[in-house]
Write a protein that binds this ligand. Structure first.
Ligand SMILES: *Cc1c(COP(=O)(O)O)cnc(C)c1O
Length: 459
């Protein structure tokens, strides 16, 4: 502690801290995925200097950071040296999660990215998209071009909050595999392209590389919600996307203790909207400015909970994917099932594209994630009697609106996640009354299949 340091000295000290941090990043960039997930940037040096040598990252519940003298405070609050300052802006515990997430989303590439953790997946989507929708006289009447096969909350945020309340034109791409449909909806007032990979709950996919290229032809970014894949399977930034958003409440935080979101953005992203500072480091710029002013900060406790779960992400994804594949095969030939949607099945319309994009990291194995959707045979096209009978009979699998959990969860989307968007909206998202989404947990697959089988027997 040196109360005599002046502002320049603090700035110099800050530069040194940044240099050391970059060294840690460079070291972590050489590690394998599981090692990055386990250690991130928290090393012996940090443990000794910050945390009495504790081998696990500290939970800093403190709201604010104290400064040695006025010169340090001035340097820190003008963002001229690293600081966390106040937990609505940043927090050291949250920082460990953010650094790890940025490293995992860029794993296996030399892409530089940073991350901003938010209070929920929905706030991540809001925080990631707001800066592209600001007034710009050069491009009046902003519009969003987005896959229509998105999570119910995202549909509501875009359609009700953005379109109906704010008058922003939202253009739905009904078949995200169709490049021409995307093209036909983009014009010079389009601000970004948006898609889910794979989508919740229809598990539809799109060609990330082609859509990123298309976005860049129009000088706009591609934003991908990669919640249902996770970086253990698919890393959209590596395929050209500019920003990835996650609901870390799902598989990233698989044991189910927290609601959280993540925005991971490549540095120097493409956007004709916004300032040079914004493009240079979107996630950190967002954190220091609009996020600070809007306030969707993540609790440091939740940040550490999510970080703890991320350490086992790859292992969980491997086992959950294997179980889901077994369940998909069982259901595909089941007489009471109309259709199974799972990217791993040969019958999946875009199975070859799924093969290209979905691979267990650090392996040669294609794996396709933990989520499948089924349509149960009904007597009438819009019937749901058998579907509800099956659903009510589930014994071990939870009836809940959740996914990516260590416990198997089944969801009837038409009456839950996608209830509020109405019949027309559900048709856009390819959701029928007989659609049931199943998210396989880490239980033994025999027990998962047995539970689903006995519930089907009850129809
Ligand atoms: C759950 C979910 C969200 C919203 O995340 P919250 O953490 O619940 O706010 C966004 N996108 C997808 C794909 C989701 O499954």
């Amino acid at each position: 502690m040196n109360k005599n340091l002046d502002k320049d000295a603090w700035i110099k000290l800050g530069a040194q801290i940044n240099e050391n941090r970059q060294k840690c990043i460079n070291k972590a960039k050489k590690w394998k995925f599981d090692t990055v997930a386990t250690h991130g940037l928290y090393d012996l040096n940090q443990a000794l200097s910050l945390n009495n040598g504790s081998i696990m990252e500290p939970v800093y519940l403190s709201p604010a950071q104290a400064y040695t003298n006025s010169a340090e405070m001035e340097a820190a609050l003008s963002y001229q040296m690293p600081t966390w300052c106040y937990s609505r802006i940043a927090n050291p515990s949250t920082f460990f999660l953010e650094e790890t997430a940025a490293l995992l989303e860029t794993y296996g590439s030399d892409i530089e990215a940073s991350c901003n953790a938010t209070s929920s997946g929905m706030s991540a989507i809001r925080t990631a998209t707001d800066p592209f929708l600001v007034d710009d006289p050069n491009f009046p009447n902003p519009n969003i071009v987005t896959s229509s096969q998105v999570y119910g909350g995202t549909f509501q945020q875009f359609w009700i909050r953005r379109h109906k309340e704010q008058g922003i034109d939202v253009r739905w791409v009904k078949n995200p595999m169709d490049i021409d449909e995307w093209k036909s909806k983009i014009d010079e007032n389009s601000r970004f392209l948006y898609g889910e990979f794979p989508s919740n709950p229809a598990v539809s996919i799109f060609d990330i590389e082609k859509i990123a290229k298309l976005a860049h032809e129009f000088q706009i970014p591609l934003i991908v919600d990669s919640t249902c894949a996770s970086p253990a399977l698919t890393r959209p930034l590596v395929h050209g996307a500019d920003i990835v958003v996650h609901s870390a409440s799902k598989v990233m935080g698989g044991s189910g203790t927290s609601i959280a979101g993540l925005i991971i953005a490549r540095k120097n992203l493409i956007s004709k909207i916004g300032s040079d500072e914004m493009r240079a480091d979107f996630a950190i710029w967002g954190k220091l400015w609009p996020f600070r002013d809007n306030g969707p900060a993540l609790s440091p406790m939740s940040a550490i909970m999510i970080l703890n779960d991320i350490r086992s992400l790859r292992m969980r994804i491997a086992q959950m994917s294997d179980s889901t594949m077994k369940l998909a095969k069982f259901l595909e030939t089941h007489p009471k099932i109309n259709k199974v949607y799972y990217p791993g099945l040969k019958s999946f319309p875009n199975h070859n594209l799924a093969k290209k994009y979905m691979r267990l990291v650090d392996s040669d194995e294609n794996k396709y994630g933990y989520m499948l959707a089924i349509e149960i045979k009904e007597k009438t096209p819009n019937g749901h009697i058998n579907t509800h009978k099956f659903y009510d009979k589930l014994d071990m699998a939870w009836r809940a609106t959740d996914l990516g959990r260590v416990k198997t969860v089944a969801t009837l989307n038409a009456i839950s996640t996608h209830q509020q968007q109405g019949e027309e909206g559900r048709a856009l998202s390819a959701i029928k009354p007989s659609t049931c989404r199943i998210s396989c947990g880490i239980e033994n697959s025999d027990d998962i299949i047995a539970d689903i089988a006995q519930a089907l027997d009850a129809i």
